[in-house]
Design a protein around this ligand. Structure first.
Ligand SMILES: Nc1nc2c(ncn2[C@@H]2O[C@H](COP(=O)(O)OP(=O)(O)OP(=O)(O)O)[C@@H](O)[C@H]2O)c(=O)[nH]1
Ligand SMILES: [Mg+2]
Length: 208
């Protein structure tokens, strides 16, 4: 390297250092863009979809009412933004869920771990039908066994066995975790796992 090249390099390096320091000190530099993923969130009414999503968006949860139709939230995480479309779980809305699946890149299914046997069976059927739906069957799934704080809550292992997920979800990327609105740090970590699966899926698709 001759003298001129060396000097040029020094100036360049100095500039980079200066930019980095400037950005660190003044926080004026544009933040690196975060990838965005479209995710659909389903589950029976009362399972806790809105509560969890609102808490993830740091919104108040005192006056949550059952979702009529659907609601969309951009949920920010450190390394991605999830555009989550929550579909209301009431019987009158549930039958139209599949009309809103198009364009989804991932699925969040929420269930109340302390629900009645009857409701748990309905949740099982709905999850099975979602896992087999042509627009969802290849997507990463996050299943949240929510309301684990309730004394009557079934354990994640019990739910896994009851839902007979192994054969149905074989070959798919899915996560089943317990959750409660009382521990949002854990919920954030679980969503981090989903984001990881979404990234993997994106790279896989990009390679084809
Ligand atoms: N104990 C307990 N209650 C919860 C939890 N998550 C939600 N809830 C309560 O469950 C009720 C229903 O919550 P929502 O968030 O409205 O349920 P949803 O799944 O959005 O219901 P729909 O919009 O009707 O489909 C509310 O009273 C919440 O406070 C939880 O983890 N533990
Ligand atoms: Mg809701």
């Amino acid at each position: 390297m001759n003298f001129v090249t060396q000097k040029k390099k020094k100036i360049q390096t100095g500039r980079e250092d200066y930019n980095t320091k400037y950005r660190t000190l003044c926080c004026k530099g544009p933040p690196p863009p975060r990838p965005e993923y479209d995710v659909v969130c389903i589950g029976l009414t009362g399972s806790g979809k809105t509560s969890l999503l609102s808490r993830l968006c740091s919104e108040a949860t005192d006056n949550i009412v059952p979702t009529t139709g659907f609601s969309i939230k951009a949920v920010p995480f450190q390394n991605a933004i999830l555009n989550v479309k929550e579909l209301g779980g009431a019987d009158s809305i549930k039958k139209y869920w599949s009309r809103y699946y198009q364009g989804s890149q991932g699925v969040v299914f929420v269930l109340d771990s302390a629900s009645s046997e009857e409701d748990l069976e309905v949740a099982r059927m709905e999850l099975h039908s979602a896992l087999q739906h042509p627009q969802l069957c290849t997507l990463p799934f996050l299943i949240l066994a929510n309301q684990q704080d309730k004394p009557a809550a079934r354990s994640v292992q019990e739910i896994k066995k009851y839902f007979e997920l192994e054969p149905l979800a074989r070959g798919k990327s899915w996560i089943l975790e317990g959750s409660t609105v009382d521990n949002m740090d854990a919920v954030k970590e679980i969503f981090g796992q989903l984001i990881h699966l979404l990234e993997e899926k994106e790279h896989e698709t990009g390679r084809i």
